[in-house]
Design a protein around this ligand. Structure first.
Ligand SMILES: [Zn+2]
Ligand SMILES: [Zn+2]
Length: 450
């Protein structure tokens, strides 16, 4: 959509509604899960040893984004053994499994990401990763420091549970095992966007999609959810401030891009909340400044690199527009020129939990989770957002912190000390299984259960 269409939509919305409505989900009654819930619980208990074995195997053999060859092969083998229709090589190493229940419609998708990170593991485990790989020309350790090993194992176990009770699955379940959530290496395509381009959401087309992420803020037994903007859009910002080189003792004889760049940083970082609606959170951060070679030369040019984040789908574009205008005008006021590039094309959209879908599934989560909390949004990004641009989606968090460790002590995702308490994993399987069954049973247009 063009920028001015976005701006007009925003203007209409501003004058028509005043306060934006907060996407509060009033839960809707869940059709009785009945004996099926007991069977899910039994089957999840039964699958536990295999779930843990899968997770340890993936943990010990992590693979970087777009290199998930072994993981994908293992996943495909298991899905085939379960009798699913399996497609491999989607978006390089992605695997799509289709489970057909008692009827073809409705169709629901569940997604797990499979990639690991260039991090050297520091956790003392018998199955700790010793893998090394080449990343951007350097040799690095490889670790499942974001817990995608847990996601992959949870989704495999979910497929096993659901395939064992096919006659009670009133629709079709699509399992998406996705590569490169942590972004493909520079110059390569990958992740959710490529999965979609290569038909992951076609044949059959799901009507809704679910995913979870393990986090160490919450202890085992806790799940966290949120309607609306759950994780931020993320767009790379690059600004070239062009001045005119001169002796630093005679700055008036040139144009100083360093001083201009400093003013730009201070101005653009204060845009969110002052020049865009403070109730729609956003962040502008400059992470790198490059310019100059010596103390007494004012350089020709300074480069600023940063990121723009927003938790609102429309405010994302307003932020981009203001950053561009402010950088250009601040530079111009110093006699310099700012060239602003915001790479929305390779950016991630807002992870937007469809409020209607949240309303539909909340009773299921409430029933399944020993403790369910309403989370604060996160300003990190997640490429699950691309699926949610196509179909309504719901993304939630599963606590994996050992109960005896405090939230402050627990290492965050991406840390070499990130630790997953495996006691949390069966709840993930139960949640994914029940969400799929709950959606297929309660989705708009389905007949009420007897
Ligand atoms: Zn991550
Ligand atoms: Zn992750």
């Amino acid at each position: 959509m063009t920028r001015h269409v976005w701006v007009s939509i925003l203007a209409l919305w501003l004058c028509a509604c005043g306060d934006p409505e907060s996407p509060v989900a009033a839960p809707q009654a869940e059709r009785a899960p009945g004996a099926r819930a007991g069977e899910v619980e039994r089957r999840v208990r039964g699958i536990e040893p295999r779930l843990i074995a899968w997770r340890r195997d993936f943990h010990q053999h992590p693979e970087l984004s777009n290199r998930e060859f072994r993981t994908a092969e293992r996943v495909a083998q298991e899905l085939e053994r379960m009798g699913l229709d399996v497609r491999t090589g989607v978006a390089h190493t992605g695997v799509v499994g289709v489970l057909r229940g008692t009827q073809t419609q409705p169709v629901v998708a569940l997604r797990a990401d499979m990639d690991a990170l260039p991090v050297t593991e520091e956790v003392d485990l018998p199955f700790a990763s010793r893998e090394r790989a080449s990343y951007l020309g350097r040799e690095v350790g490889v670790m499942h420091a974001c817990g995608h090993d847990a996601h992959t194992a949870i989704l495999l176990a979910t497929a096993e549970v659901l395939s064992g009770m096919r006659e009670q699955v009133p629709g079709t379940v699509v399992f998406l095992f996705q590569p490169a959530e942590e972004r493909p290496p520079p110059g390569e395509e990958g992740g959710a966007r490529l999965m979609i381009e290569e038909g992951a959401l076609e044949g059959p087309r799901p009507e809704a999609i679910f995913a979870l992420h393990v986090v160490s803020e919450h202890p085992v037994g806790t799940m966290a959810w949120l309607a609306g903007g759950a994780m931020a859009s993320s767009d790379r910002l690059e600004i070239r401030v062009k001045g005119r080189q001169t002796h630093a003792a005679y700055p008036w004889r040139g144009v100083d891009p360093i001083a201009a760049a400093a003013r730009i940083v201070l101005r653009i970082e204060s845009i969110p909340g002052r020049e865009t609606d403070a109730r729609l959170p956003g962040v502008v951060s400059v992470g790198a400044i490059h310019g100059g070679v010596r103390h007494n030369i004012i350089p020709d040019e300074v480069e600023l690199l940063g990121t723009i984040r927003s938790l609102d789908r429309d405010a994302r574009w307003t932020l981009h527009e203001r950053v561009r205008q402010v950088a250009e005008s601040v530079a111009a006021s110093s006699g310099a020129v700012a060239e602003v590039e915001i790479d929305a094309e390779n950016g991630y959209p807002v992870t937007w939990n469809d409020p209607e879908l949240a309303r539909l599934v909340l009773p299921t989560l409430e029933r399944v989770a020993p403790r369910l909390v309403e989370a604060r949004p996160r300003t990190g990004a997640e490429d699950f957002a691309f699926y949610q641009q196509q179909i309504p989606g719901f993304y939630f968090w599963l606590g994996v912190r050992p109960p005896q460790v405090s939230a402050e002590e627990a290492a965050p995702n991406h840390s070499p000390r990130f630790f997953v308490d495996e006691a949390a994993l069966p709840l993930g399987v139960r949640a994914m299984t029940e969400l799929a069954l709950g959606y297929l049973t309660n989705a708009p247009g389905t007949a009420p259960a007897r």
